[in-house]
Design a protein around this ligand. Structure first.
Ligand SMILES: [Cu+2]
Length: 317
């Protein structure tokens, strides 16, 4: 299965103010979230969304559970600032579900239908992860605000490398501060996508290649955190402020860094994409041109349906 359909849904949703999410509702799983919620004094909460049952791989094809949409999912907190998050895919017993035993978190994207996406319009893309499951921790004093009117939608695209079906939950562990007792600086999510707003994917040529896209900033502020996403075969993704000449972040991909990221055929997936943080990493002025570039290595057939995405958080000033 191609990622294209997922991305058309996902990308178009951002363009068309949510209406394009409608095609996916036909396949939306019943809303049976039974979040396993734990909270501690440290203001950490782990939410599980699902369960999702992913079909078995058959022949040479992975099992696919594409474009699962859950509306109005539980948020980690109300009237609060999220200061970090760790994505994961887990089995019902809480154990890590990764491609060494089958399941792959192809993509999970959380949208806020009550806010507008800075780059593409439509529902705000709040955060996302691929199978690399990289943790984001914002610099101290920064967080994205969740208000009581915010409505979160989760779009999940899961795969299975194993020859039996697997049941797993998409899990996020959030850290947060109540809005009332904090002197937090709010940050705005900024989704930069080599593929653009309509379709995040493209096919690479057989030789090593780079693909870029620019966006003229409609906001000004300090970039304090940014994370990257590429697919297997990706070398790196980077964002520069072409107006100031500053390379803001280059995230170099690691494949198969630990055994969980290698499947039973020996195929490795992306296992790490280091993020960048700083107070600030750099300044973005309204009207500045931001340039995102993804690079992929050579392969005989090229890579199908790749991505190059960076999601940043900007303290607007
Ligand atoms: Cu992707």
């Amino acid at each position: 299965m191609s990622l294209r359909r997922f991305l058309v849904v996902c990308g178009a949703a951002t363009m068309l103010a949510g209406t394009a999410l409608l095609p996916a509702t036909a396949q939306a799983a019943p809303n049976q979230d039974t979040p396993a919620q734990t909270a501690s004094a440290a203001r950490t909460v782990t939410l599980r969304y699902g369960p999702y049952t992913i079909p078995a791989a058959a022949g040479g094809a992975h099992g696919m559970l594409p474009d699962q949409v859950k509306f109005n999912i539980q948020k980690p907190c109300e009237n609060c600032y999220v200061t970090g998050f760790k994505p994961n895919l887990v089995y019902p017993d809480g154990g890590n579900a990764n491609i060494n035993t089958g399941p792959m978190l192809h993509h999970a994207v959380i949208f806020n239908s009550a806010a507008r996406d800075t780059v593409c319009g439509g529902p705000q893309r709040v955060l996302a992860s691929g199978n690399e499951r990289v943790e984001s921790v914002f610099p101290a004093g920064y967080g994205f605000r969740i208000g009581s009117f915010d409505r979160w939608t989760l779009l999940a695209d899961l795969m299975n490398h194993a020859h039996e079906e697997k049941t797993a939950y998409v899990e996020f562990t959030f850290t947060y501060q109540p809005a009332s007792d904090s002197r937090m600086t709010p940050v705005t999510p900024l989704w930069l996508d080599v593929g653009g707003c309509l379709d995040s994917t493209w096919d690479t040529p057989p030789q090593q290649s780079e693909k870029s896209r620019t966006w003229r900033s409609t906001i000004s502020g300090d970039l304090v955190h940014i994370r990257g996403h590429v697919h297997r075969g990706g070398i790196a993704v980077q964002t520069e402020n072409a107006s100031t000449g500053q390379l803001m972040c280059r995230s170099v991909a690691e494949e198969g860094g630990t055994p969980e990221f290698i499947d039973h055929h020996g195929h490795a997936e992306i296992s790490d994409m280091p993020s960048c943080g700083g107070t600030p990493i750099g300044r973005i002025g309204r009207g500045d041109t931001l340039k995102i570039t993804a690079s992929y290595r050579a392969s005989e057939e090229g890579f199908k349906d790749v991505m190059g995405i960076m999601t940043g958080w900007v303290a607007e000033r």
